[in-house]
Design a protein around this ligand. Sequence first.
Ligand code: PLP
Length: 384
Amino acid sequence: MIPYGRQKIDNEDIQAVCEVLRSDWLTQGPTVVDFENAVSEYCGARYAVAVANGTAALHLAALAAGFSSDDEVITSPITFVASANCIAYTGARPVFADINSQTYCIDPEEIQSKLTPATRGLIPVHFSGRPCDMQAIADLALEHNLVVIEDAAHAIGASYEINGKSYKVGCCAHSEMTIFSFHPVKHITTGEGGMITTNSEDLYKKLLLLRSHGITKDPVKMIRNDGPWYYEQQNLGFNYRITDFQCALGLSQLRKIDTFVDRRREIVAAYNERFSNNIKLLIPFEHISTVSSWHLYLLQFKNLDRLEVFNALREKGLGVNVHYIPVNLQPYYVDHFGYGAGDFPKAEEYYSRVITLPLFPAMTDEDVDYVISAVLDTVRGMTR
Ligand SMILES: *Cc1c(COP(=O)(O)O)cnc(C)c1O
């Protein structure tokens, strides 16, 4: 079975982890800071805070943004549930805005139609690695005083261009914060892990406190000081720390990010070339002003029975998947927030036709050819 995604770990990665295991620090030591510095430098952001996973990154970003009950925060229905759950964690209402049928990313015009006086923030998702329209999103945020958190779990290594200037996803030029995930199916992995980047010193300090129980040991920040043993809990935080050996893996993986992304782009180009002139297939779109880092290869099957295609591909040994079931159709969202079928027609149409094909840097050229033949063989002669 060729999975839809998987990590690529080499001897360098293994050695990096072993070195930390032999050191004095297993958690919250120097390698966490090294990894944070490497990611902030790679993205071009001032600060980075490493945490236990991407969901924790979203949770802390939503809290640092100040979202709370009575607020509304807008995200895409086509994303992993965590992008919307982080809004609900704060007591705010998750609001969805439909996708653009060409990019599958949240559509700024749809965002506009969902704005109310209660709207406090936007969580655009750079779905499958393709950057959202950040100029339009930043303009809306400025006009309506909204906090923008980019969910870049799919998009480390991606970039976009505005007026001839290139921006790396995570630089936070058009947002307050950006989050990443280092789950094994994502571009680089720490096993479980996440990161928040920001250019705001204020948000950075809030995130550091929230990551570790809301506790500070810095005498300068304390309200009282009973003695050298003293620490102070100043707000309600969590244990969302990541370990040093995970960050050692992350650092080692980050050194390979550009080759990983290049290989992903090469595979996508091979798929696109073979699928683009088949009228039953709709290949993913890449805008000329964006460079996608291609976390997922999303192929739409037009006028075909998606379940039949899916089962046939699984039978041929492809670990295909579907990304994503619209979040508003999940029972939790139906029961708690009153969403349901028909709310977001473009998201639903996309969902009814899409299948995620295998895409990961360790795929061989033979794997790629096999996937292409399996898809073309499956749809040949198949009609609804
Ligand atoms: C993976 C993912 C997350 C959550 O990351 P974890 O590290 O699995 O917690 C959030 N948003 C999106 C879009 C993701 O794909």
